[in-house]
Design a binder for this molecule. Structure first.
Ligand code: GLN
Ligand code: ZN
Length: 770
């Protein structure tokens, strides 16, 4: 029985890669220095994985930005716009990579970055490959070979990891009409052949090829592409042992195809899909065949300690059926999606030991893999018994902890009725009632945050380090809020916001005030490129010990006669951007959060706040990969939002906000949320997104973003008028709002002022035209 890992976090245990990359981009570090940092991270990761007891270590899981982008470079799938950098500028490979990932504005070039999108149902973003008709592929970059050599020289027993050709094609998009990217497989396979040939010659033995698209329903053609690929690769390299990895869900209807492949080993995600072990073992001929199984029993997507007893049931079942020689033990997927090392969480005040003992990060997960092998293969050994007992003790402690279980919260969730998710009256009646807000046609507003300048972040940092007293910090934030209110009145916005100066992050801010949440100091996870997030840990029943935002909103409202929007993060987004309990359904945790937000909403109303926004930017990304589970998710997610929103009177206007999303396939769910107003990101798609709303005859008010907040560029009034006129084809005038795409926290004041003034002028111009 062997142990292996599919991939290790590459940002470094202390985010060394993030810091070094950003220094390199800022010009304060040389390429050679950056390469050196990267090399150190790789070596440290291999050593650590070896020490943790892994027989085979992944190589090529390291990336300066993203493994899909790396695959574009490996196969020479480089969009035309970057070709001058290669041909004329002789740009170094590293800079070409960053140009594709981040754009390039130098030497008279103004190249945009390639598109980025979410990696399956994770919060990791990959660069979307672009393909044209007759796309040529050549072996352009030797990273995998170089890194294999590097590991070999350093004496590590390694297993190169590649993104499989079929998933690579499916994850990309066609930049021209009239072809199907799967037809490019015949041009692409020779590059994979060349890579494998080189690795074979260098003495590689095992190769891991990831085909995560196998977790999605695949067309017959895509399944045929899988068959062609692996029949040909395995036939051509009889000495290489190919491990085909799928994760994040079951093979589902692709199982038969997968079982027919001549690959050496199949990796199964038994955390997301424990039942597929039976499916595989029961498949005709499997038991008497030779295919090996990699059992992904340790959760690569969450931070809970593995329950050895549960995992051993699966391992034992497999051992009984095919013997331990055909079995591998592994995490369920690459550990990219969990923080590096729990040992770095040394602050007992921040993360109490009582909670810490339930957790396991990447390094600890590998130790679990090794322990599971030890226990499975030597059950009688004293060491095995100790490991098992120790684990059982932690699991039991978590199951029965009073920190987790709160009977009042549980009974309140059980007592939720349909009526709790219903406003008093349907939207048309509410719309009339809300006229008392006295808003003009095309009301102008913003999404919540105003510039989080260096200053603001410094106050918070100093306050956290106790260099600034509570009173001084509060005063500074209050002043910023008052200035923001005055400034909004001056520029003439209709619905004001308090500016969110007191918030670090839209989820963390609420998590810190809710019971049932814990925080790490160093639990960073890569989101994209150098950007990392530190998701809170929801470990227990969630409730709201006291109001969270009421004072700020009430203070802001006391300074003006115009309505100030209360600003909350919705239950689904809080859930989605946290590490979530695995001891109860996500929907139950979501309802607990929904009730806490509902209490906040009604308290805001009592405090005189007439408009309340509940942000749900993450509702789309929670959508399960498998179609058959999607409706159930949307039903509970929408209900949770409605529970959060429905405690108010008809006169109180509920807004929601969404961004980074395609909405077409969930428009019915968005409508079912029944917010009085929804503001959405649309400007970069030139309002095209609104077609879905128009087609569906979305009934409530909409504020399509009229300008992109990701760029410092100030849009002109005319440009926004044009966008709004376009929007009027989809939305009647009396239901159209005017606002930017998203919050303005990443912008500077100067451009924010200019842009919002122009936006207000645009709304005025439109009012005149009507
Ligand atoms: N209210 C939040 C803000 O303005 C919304 C952020 C988001 O949608 N991501 O910052
Ligand atoms: Zn947004």
């Amino acid at each position: 029985m062997q142990t292996h890992n599919l991939g290790y976090p590459r940002i470094g245990s202390n985010r060394e890669l993030k810091k070094a990359s950003e220094q390199y981009w800022a010009g304060s570090m040389t390429a050679a220095q950056l390469e050196q940092v990267a090399k150190k991270i790789r070596e440290a990761n291999w050593q650590l994985q070896k020490d943790a007891g892994m027989d085979l270590l992944p190589v090529n899981d390291f990336s300066f930005y993203d493994q899909v982008l790396d695959t574009c470079l490996m196969t020479g799938a480089i969009p035309d716009q970057y070709h001058p950098l290669i041909e004329k500028e002789h740009t170094a490979p590293l800079d070409l990579l960053f140009a594709m990932a981040r754009g390039y504005q130098k030497n008279g070039y103004d190249l945009t970055a390639m598109e980025m999108t979410k990696w399956f149902d994770t919060n990791y973003h990959y660069i979307v490959p672009e393909f044209k008709k007759d796309q040529p592929f050549t072996l352009f970059n030797n990273k995998v070979i170089d890194q294999f050599n590097e590991a070999k020289k350093a004496g590590f027993n390694s297993k190169p990891v590649l993104l499989g050709p079929v998933s690579f094609l499916l994850l990309g998009k066609e930049k021209e009409e009239g072809f199907d990217r799967l037809d490019l497989l015949k041009n692409l396979l020779p590059v994979y052949m060349e890579v494998l040939e080189k690795l074979d010659a260098l003495g590689a033995y095992y190769i891991q090829i990831d085909e995560p698209c196998l977790a999605l329903p695949l067309s017959e053609k895509a399944q045929q592409s899988i068959r062609t690929t692996y029949t040909r690769l395995c036939g051509r390299f009889p000495n290489l042992r190919i491990l085909l990895a799928n994760y994040f869900d079951c093979f589902g209807a692709n199982l038969e195809t997968v079982l027919s492949l001549p690959v050496h080993t199949l990796h199964l995600d038994l955390v997301r899909c424990p039942s597929q072990l039976d499916d595989v073992l029961d498949a005709p001929g499997f038991i008497n065949g030779r295919t090996q199984l990699s059992l992904g029993v340790v959760d690569g997507r969450n931070i809970w300690k593995n329950d050895f007893e549960q995992s051993l049931l699966l391992i034992q079942k497999a051992m009984d059926a095919i013997g331990s020689d055909r079995i591998w033990i592994a995490p369920s997927c690459s550990l990219l999606h969990v923080p590096c090392d729990l040992d770095l969480e040394t602050d007992e005040k921040n993360l109490p030991d009582a909670i810490r003992q339930w957790l396991s990060f990447a390094k600890q997960k590998l130790a679990e893999v090794a322990s599971l092998r030890q226990i499975a293969t030597n059950p009688q050994a004293a060491h095995s018994k100790t490991l098992l007992e120790e684990n059982a003790r932690c699991i039991e402690a978590r199951k029965t902890s009073s920190l987790i279980h709160n009977p009042q919260v549980k009974s309140r969730v059980t007592a939720i009725t349909d009526a709790d998710a219903e406003r008093n009256s349907p939207f048309p009646i509410r719309k009339v009632q809300q006229q008392e807000l006295g808003l003009p046609l095309f009301p102008t507003t913003t999404i919540g945050s105003f510039p989080q300048t260096k200053e603001v972040r410094q106050w918070r940092a100093q306050w956290k380090k106790q260099q600034l007293s509570d009173a001084d910090y509060l005063q500074l934030v209050k002043d910023a809020t008052r200035n923001a209110i005055q400034w909004q009145e001056e520029i003439g916005l209709d619905v004001l916001v308090h500016g969110e100066f007191e918030r670090n992050d839209m989820v963390e801010y609420f998590g810190e005030q809710l019971a049932g949440f814990a925080f790490t100091k160093n639990g960073w996870v890569q989101s994209y490129g150098s950007r990392c997030v530190k998701p809170p840990v929801i470990y227990g029943d969630v409730y709201r010990p006291q109001p969270m935002t009421v004072e700020w909103s009430a203070y802001a409202q006391s300074l003006t006669h115009k309505p100030v929007k209360g600003m909350l993060t919705g239950p689904v987004t809080i859930l989605q951007w946290s590490f979530v309990r695995d001891d109860q359904p996500r929907s139950v945790t979501c309802n607990q959060i929904a009730l806490a937000i509902r209490d906040e909403v009604t308290d805001l109303e009592k405090a005189g706040i007439k408009i309340i926004q509940i942000d749900e930017p993450a509702i789309r990304e929670g959508l399960p990969l498998r179609k058959e589970q999607q409706q159930a998710y949307l039903t509970w997610a929408v209900t949770a939002f409605r529970i959060a929103a429905a405690g108010v009177q008809d006169q109180t206007q509920i807004h929601t906000h969404m961004c980074y999303s395609e909405f077409n396939d969930i428009i019915h769910a968005i409508a079912a949320m029944d917010a009085d107003v929804i503001t959405i990101e649309t400007s970069r798609s030139q309002m095209e997104l609104l077609d879905a709303f128009a087609l569906f005859e979305y009934p409530n008010d909409i504020g399509p973003g009229v300008y992109d907040i990701h760029s410092p560029r100030v849009p002109s009034k005319d440009e926004m008028v044009a966008l709004l006129e376009k929007a009027l084809y989809s939305i009647p005038a009396e239901r159209l709002w005017v606002n930017p795409d998203c919050g303005l926290k990443t912008r500077a004041w100067e451009e924010t002022t200019e842009a919002l003034k122009a936006m207000i002028q645009a709304a005025k111009a439109l009012r005149k035209k009507i």
